[in-house]
Design a protein around this ligand. Structure first.
Ligand code: NAD
Length: 497
């Protein structure tokens, strides 16, 4: 099926191989057709220079309704497709994504800005959701038990929940999409994907790969409205839609939960974070610095799991700060598609200015600058690697998601103090701690109010693990078997036989 409008990568500087048919559709995917939305097309920008890369179709409420109709038409056939066959199609999606990994990584760097190694890492992680769920799909178990009063049997089945709206952010444009699509399709649901308007090309490329891998038309639909509010609200209010899975900010998540309450729509919410990174005096400081580089600098700090607050015990404060500053200072800032770049631009001018404002605020509140601290005078949305020391424990920068390459370091004395400081937030997504005393580490992990805790590790994301937060960081889990169950309805049948 051909798209009227497409975008092709122009000779990447990295010299990666571009497939002969690399034309990425830039229209809406509705059923078996790439549809041109009505009205003005939406520009997609390269954050490294602010230039327009291409334009994409704008989806209307009517396009949203057409996507529901396409998902509805495909739903019975997909739900009835044997799990083994669905699994094999997902596995083909994995194979195709891996075969196109370099090309997709380049596309991510181009529209989202992150450095190529980060983009390559994302593509592998994103593809892994197809592989993981190709395995899980064949293992959706039910339950059967005798009723305790002896009168009957209790049968429990996990059935596809139905048409699902998937709303994803720009910071991991491939992985946040596949982390939802793969379990939804595995469970037997048909979906409508609404990617972030900043990074739609990756989502459209993934959808095209899925069609080529044999996903039937209508099982995946992609819409890109310029103003997502009315289109998503109309979809969520439609009784044919049974699920909304969202990854993004807590502020938008709250609005969507309010919309979902109108129809009591089932929701999974992966929201913002404010991760503490705790280093105790008895930690291996070099390991802690390596972990900090991942927890802080992966994706240029633009991750929901990114460390927002470094709490360093006073005995290792000097050594940790000095080593982290040296490593962060060695990262080359530049265009993410340039193979020499270690730190790309942030997503938008607005975001670069927000980071600058937070840093200036912290300095006004008493923080000192050990590295970076101001925007370079170059085109593009750049913010340099920055280390702030002596940050007061109540500074504003420690309360807001920085979402950029800024390490704010706070000194602490005691375990009780650092647990209190770490939990003093409405968020509860990821936390990290370093100590050589594993018993102490595990005991403290029990006291941290977070959904995911890295003990002597700066990375918690894993397709096989339940990813999600507590408090205002979200509802439900993605990844692992839990992620698939989120796209099922638990049906119980009482039987006398
Ligand atoms: P965002 O909330 O601004 O947007 C997320 C998505 O929601 C985008 O597709 C956007 O177009 C859409 N959206 C915005 N307003 C909407 C509305 N009124 N109705 C329907 N859809 C709407 O977030 P972002 O800036 O794209 O992403 C960054 C945020 O995402 C950060 O807060 C980060 O912590 C969070 N995040 C969380 C996770 C997680 O797994 N918990 C993962 C990645 C990012």
């Amino acid at each position: 099926m051909k798209a009227a409008n497409t975008f092709a990568l122009a000779k990447p500087k990295s010299g990666i191989a571009v497939p002969a048919n690399d034309a990425i559709p830039t229209d809406l995917l509705i059923g078996d057709t790439w549809v041109q939305g009505a009205g003005e097309r939406i520009p997609v920008h390269n954050p490294a220079n602010g230039e327009v890369i291409t334009t994409i179709s704008n989806a209307s409420v009517e396009d949203g309704m057409a996507a529901i109709a396409a998902a509805e038409k495909a739903a019975p056939g997909w739900a009835a497709t044997p799990a083994r066959q669905r699994a094999e199609i997902l596995r083909k999606c994995y194979d195709k994504m891996i075969a196109n990994a370099d090309w997709l990584a380049h596309l991510i760097s181009l529209e989202m800005g992150k450095a190529l190694p980060d983009s390559k890492g994302e593509v592998l992680y994103a593809a892994e959701f197809f592989r993981w769920y190709s395995e899980e799909t064949a293992r959706i178990r039910g339950e059967m038990q005798d009723s305790p009063n002896g009168t009957n049997k209790i049968l429990v089945q996990y059935q596809p929940i139905g048409i699902s709206l998937l709303i994803t952010p720009w910071n991991f444009p491939a992985a946040m999409a596949t982390r939802k699509i793969a379990p939804a399709l595995g469970a037997g649901c048909t979906v409508i994907l609404k990617p972030a308007i900043e990074t739609p090309l990756t989502a459209l490329a993934v959808a095209q790969i899925m069609l080529e891998a044999g996903v039937p038309p209508g099982v995946i639909n992609v819409i890109t409205p310029k103003d997502p509010g009315p289109v998503c609200a109309a979809i969520m209010h439609d009784p044919r839609v049974r699920k909304m899975s969202f990854t993004g900010s807590t502020a938008v998540g709250k609005k969507l939960l309010a919309t979902a309450s109108d129809t009591v729509l089932n929701c999974s919410m992966e929201l913002g974070g404010n991760a503490p990174f705790i280093v105790f005096d008895d930690a291996n400081v070099d390991d802690a610095v390596d972990g900090a580089m991942i927890a802080k600098m992966r994706n240029g700090g633009q991750a929901c799991t990114a460390t927002n607050r470094f709490y360093i015990q006073k005995g290792v404060l000097g050594e940790f700060t000095e080593k982290l500053t040296r490593k962060m200072g060695a990262m080359k800032l530049g265009d993410g598609t340039d193979p020499d770049t270690a730190l790309g631009p942030v997503i938008t001018e607005k975001q670069a200015n927000k980071i600058a404002g937070l840093v200036e605020g912290a300095i006004a509140e008493g923080a000192k600058v050990a590295l970076g601290g101001s925007r370079p005078n170059v085109p593009g949305y750049f913010y340099p690697a920055t280390v702030l020391t002596d940050v007061p424990a109540d500074a504003t920068i420690l309360k807001d998601e920085i979402f950029g390459p800024v390490a704010a370091i706070v000194a602490f004395d005691s375990e009780e103090e650092v647990i209190r400081l770490s939990n003093n937030t409405e968020y509860g997504l990821a936390a990290y701690l370093y100590t050589k005393d594993i018993k102490k580490g595990l005991n403290i992990a029990q006291k941290l109010e977070y959904g995911m805790i890295g003990v002597n590790r700066g990375l918690v994301s894993d397709t096989a693990a339940p990813f999600g937060g507590v408090k205002q960081s979200g509802l439900g889990r993605e990844g692992s078997h839990h992620g698939l169950i989120e796209f099922t309805e638990c049906r119980y049948v009482a039987v006398t036989w």
